[in-house]
Unconditional design. Sequence first.
Length: 1055
Amino acid sequence: MTIRNRLKLIALVPILLLLLLASYFFVTSYINYEKAQALKTALSNNAYLSKSLAEVGKERGLTALYMGSDRITYKDLVEKQRISTDNAMRQLRAKIVTDKGNLIPFLPNLLGENTDLNKQQYQLLLNNISKLSKIRKIADTPNSDFKKVFFDGYTKTLSTPIMQNLLQLNNFALDTEIASLVSTLSQLYTVKENAGLERGFVSYYMTKKASMAFDEIALWDEFKTKANIFDIKQVTNPQLRAELEKVLNNKKSRELLQELAETSSAIQTDVDNGDYAEEAIDWFALQTQKISLFSKAELIVSNALWHKADTYLQKQLSLLAIASAILLLSLILAYLGYSTARDITRNIQELEDVLNKAVADMKESDQYLSADTAHIENIELDTHEGTKEAYKFLETLVETAKEDKQIALQANEAKSLFLANMSHEIRTPLNGIVGFTEILRSTDLDAEQREFLNIIDKSSENLLSIINNILDLSKIESNKIEIENIVFDAAEEFESAVETYAVGAAEKNIDLNFYMDPTISPKLKGDPTKIKEIIINLLSNAIKFTSYGGTINLKIEKVKEDEGTTNPRIKFSIQDNGIGMTKDQQERIFDAFSQADVSVTRKYGGTGLGLTISSQFVELMGGKLELESAKDHGTTFYFSIPLEEVSSTGTNYNQAFTDMTICKYQEDIPTVLDNYLASYFEYFGPEVKHFESVGELKELSDLGICKTFWLDIDKTKQNIIDAVANVDKSKLIIIANVTSRNKIEEMGVSQDNVIFKPVTLTKLKAVLTRTAATTPELVEKALQSQATQFDAKVLVTEDNIINQKLIKRVLEDHGITVDIANNGLEAFEKRRNNNYDLLFMDIQMPVMDGIEATHEILDYEEDEEVPHIPIVALTANALKGDRERFLAEGMDEYITKPIETTELLYVLNKFLSDKAKNSTEAADRSADESISTPEPEIEEIPIITEDEPISVEEVSLDELILNDSNKNKKILIAKKFLLERRILTKVIENLGYDYEIVEDMDELEAKLATGDYDILFSDAELITENLKAHNKDITIVTESNEKNEIETIIKSHRG
């Protein structure tokens, strides 16, 4: 037997038996549950039926007295009883339940079980109630037949149907105890009904003083026999029997029954002649008392039966729940067994497919030997041995795959290392090329030589770009790329990336349209370098693949906030109408060293790394680079990344120019630039009037409402350009490509009134601010609410002395009292012994670092139950995730070094708002400065980070040279390599400074001893400790630097 068949047998047979057993218990429990429900419903109905039976029997007896007296006496009693009977019948109609309903109606019918009440019997009774009035009418008719009224009327029409419904209980004898109670209750119903019949029948003859015939006497005997059938000894429940005996066998009850028996015997002696010694009303009263007595017994038995039925019902309900649970479990197990068997069968089949594929692949290999697969080709997977053999074969394949993967990883690592080394090695000769090119450029060149030099420049630039891309790719593949998280000027950074390609786009007559959502905060926190690189890569591709006269639209807008944060997502989209891509090309466009196809690479050039690197950068910043494209219809690249908005004290231009009117040329179908400008103007607030014809221009000019007239001369008709010659040139605002300078000169418009494309937010703000009639109130409301002076005490924990002094000076400028701690342990001790309003905590420090110190302070505050003092992390790192990491360690905020004033004020206002000083004069002065300077630059506070060497004599490239110097002194160059000396001399000559060169390095100390020099450019290995000790007033630069870096160093020193 195979594994699959054994599994089916083991799993399904027991489950099937359990399923059948559970089904049986479920069905039987459900049937019994429904019967118990029917019994309780019947008992509930019988309470109203029994009352109705008693009232009908009483009316029937009083009617017999009434008819026996020839309708002379008892009329009032009859009328009164009829009212009581009607009330009972109305209640019966309202309360009786004829259909209880089944939860699963088809199940009892399927099994032939009766679990419901007889609705037809109930309905027959309810229908007969309406006949009561007819019976009464006959009874009230003189000379009407007594037996017809008594038997055919009251008994047959009403009493008998009521009795039939009462006796429906007999259908629900669910167990022996319930059957005994049902039998007892049925006897009591019979006793009451026959006692009523005996009472009424005999009363008629006694009232009429009529003798009884033989058949009438026999009928009386039948009534009397049935009225005495109840035997209390037949009650099996001792407790119930005791309760019944209290009712039926007490002294008063025995006396009543004894008296009734004697009266009955006395009446029997007089039935022959009709001369009854007993009064009919006395007989009626005795029988009525007997019926009342048995009604009490009926109530006792009914209650006992109700409790027993309820107990039985709860028991069946519990059994039903258990059976349902077992049935459900059986079904689940059955499904699991079936699905498991099916899955195992499928797994075996899939394993067989895998093995067959593996064998087929091995056969296709050049190193294939038939012996390698002979043992696996004909195995039987349905057996244990076959499965074991298959898994052994798969284990061999996995081991082989591991080895192949390890080899591939090593090869990839070697490739990355090779790329990095190659890139660095190429830079060395490339620096020589760039250096000599710079030297050549300063010599006298003819036109051809200058063209050759430009080609060398361009080639070097392209080569450097390729090297940088290869380096970025190798870093990404090695997971060495880190995302910064620093504050930057959004407009400045984004616009600079776009402006880079303004000339390139103009050369191909491409419309480069740029829109930056003005609601984006001026200051954002993220990695501006990576974002700019992405924008530059995408713009470069767009210009490269867009034909002459095409269009490129770059849009940056705020879309939404991330869930659970207050940071918005900034969406970047670059759209072009270039060559586009097919679906297949789009699928591989982000692969390294890949372009759309070989023909694209051949025609347009490039390495195919730009999009790969950009895509990886976007993912590292929390977004995804996506595209939409169609062949020959252009491409749109877009992505959105979360960037934290930093509150700024800069100018708010929203609705700042509502008092001015702009007149702008625009055709019926607006261009993309027209739409972008409309969005800008909607934000800035000026009223815009459009004109398309010369007539409309003249009309607006005559009205004198236009502060300025705006024209995009690249899109404006010539007749309009000719017409604006009559307009005041100071009112003309011209938008143009850089290639349209001749047109602008012909129009005689000042360069101040020209906006060269791409139109940026900064350019628009500058033009609007300059042309506004009055200086609008542009001071941002946040400036008024953001304090700059604080009456607070702050502890700064920083191990670097220079950084201590700088931070202390900055905080004191804001009115803050500053205390200094040199390490985390000292900060903890000062926190314990002093009260501060805020703590600045450096992260990397000796003795105890910032994280550990924070934990100690938090534990102290918790243990001593003292108020928490906010802790702000100070770190030179600005990587993505740092803020979340520091906050998770218990810090309240973090700020990066070098500290930016805007970020510092944000932190101070966040934690020291209650310590802010109110200074109206300071606020007014700040407001005046804001109005006069629309775009104040944010001052950065230089901080020497932990990684920077502290040196007095020797100044590295990244440090600012702050020493005072004598401008009459010279610069000394002591470089071993000729190329470095020549580059330095050329740069210094162009800057206009005096210098000398040391050819013999042995003369270096002697030259310095003359005191004629204040700056020394030298190699690091030439600088000895002795030389530094004797020349402390000389700035020594030991790095290889480019032209702009050299210029920065000298100007920083010389001023």
